[in-house]
Design a protein around this ligand. Structure first.
Ligand SMILES: CC(C)(COP(=O)(O)OP(=O)(O)OC[C@H]1O[C@@H](n2cnc3c(N)ncnc32)[C@H](O)[C@@H]1OP(=O)(O)O)[C@@H](O)C(=O)NCCC(=O)NCCS
Length: 216
């Protein structure tokens, strides 16, 4: 009997199907001007393949520096997931171009997760967060440009129900967004406050660490 079948046999018949996967809460924090250096550090850590997937071209360190310098934290929405040392493990950029700001209702999504933290649902969480923010901001469509061979990103957009169009090696995914509701506004507000609290706690611990190691 295979190991899988042995495990199945051990499960009582009334408990036949496995329990649904539990989803741990992940603090997703809004990024601002003061996070520019952390954003740069995160993006510079992406290897050539990842840079190609994230930016659609093999962005040099210099291009990435330029990208980080010109990020408009007031117009666009950037958010990220930090570890205990406040390193940016994953980040997403929801871009609102001038014409979109004028009311076309389209926003563009880009995301990256550090290679060692992939496959744990962080990319999906950032995508869901972006959807919630975009709809709360009154957007009607989210677009995502991705490579045809980007299986993880393709999985994320497809499971969200986006329409995908293949154009050679590239894919254009378009996700229609539901209208915002009081529930979606409250959910975002609560998530924001909890993530802010989590961030401040990590900052305090880091400061205490620095202070106590300075004393010893
Ligand atoms: C795309 C990316 C953000 C995904 O992040 P992630 O945290 O690994 O994604 P998740 O763990 O949430 O997984 C998303 C889905 O893809 C699947 N997946 C993850 N890695 C995969 C892989 N290498 N091959 C196939 N599917 C994969 C997961 O199983 C999951 O599907 P499920 O929800 O049905 O289980 C990450 O791979 C990345 O940063 N890539 C480089 C930059 C990039 O490609 N950006 C996207 C273009 S903007």
């Amino acid at each position: 009997m295979s190991q899988r079948h042995a495990l199945d046999a051990a499960v009582p018949p009334h408990l036949g199907s496995p329990p649904p996967r539990t989803r741990r809460w992940v603090p997703i924090r809004k990024l601002g001007h003061r996070h520019r250096a952390r954003v740069l550090e995160h993006l510079l850590a992406l290897d050539d393949d990842d840079r190609l997937l994230r930016f659609g071209h093999l962005a040099s360190d210099e291009r990435i520096r330029h990208y980080a310098e010109q990020l408009d934290f007031d117009r666009d929405e950037l958010f990220g997931i930090f570890d205990r040392r406040l390193r940016l493990l994953a980040m997403a950029h929801l871009a609102f171009s001038r014409s979109e700001v004028q009311g076309e209702g389209i926003t563009e999504f880009g995301v990256s997760v550090l290679a060692r933290k992939r496959g744990r649902g962080l990319g999906s969480r950032l995508f869901e967060h972006a959807v919630m923010h975009a709809r709360n901001r009154g957007m009607s469509t989210m677009v995502i440009h991705l490579a045809r061979d980007n299986a993880a990103m393709l999985g994320i957009v497809r499971s969200a129900g986006a329409a995908v169009e293949f154009e050679g090696a590239d894919v254009l995914a378009q996700l229609p967004l539901p209208a915002n509701t009081l529930g979606s506004q409250i959910a975002e507000l609560l998530g924001h406050q909890a993530a802010e609290f989590d961030y401040r706690l990590k900052l305090q611990v880091l400061r205490l660490d620095a202070w106590s190691s300075g004393k010893t």
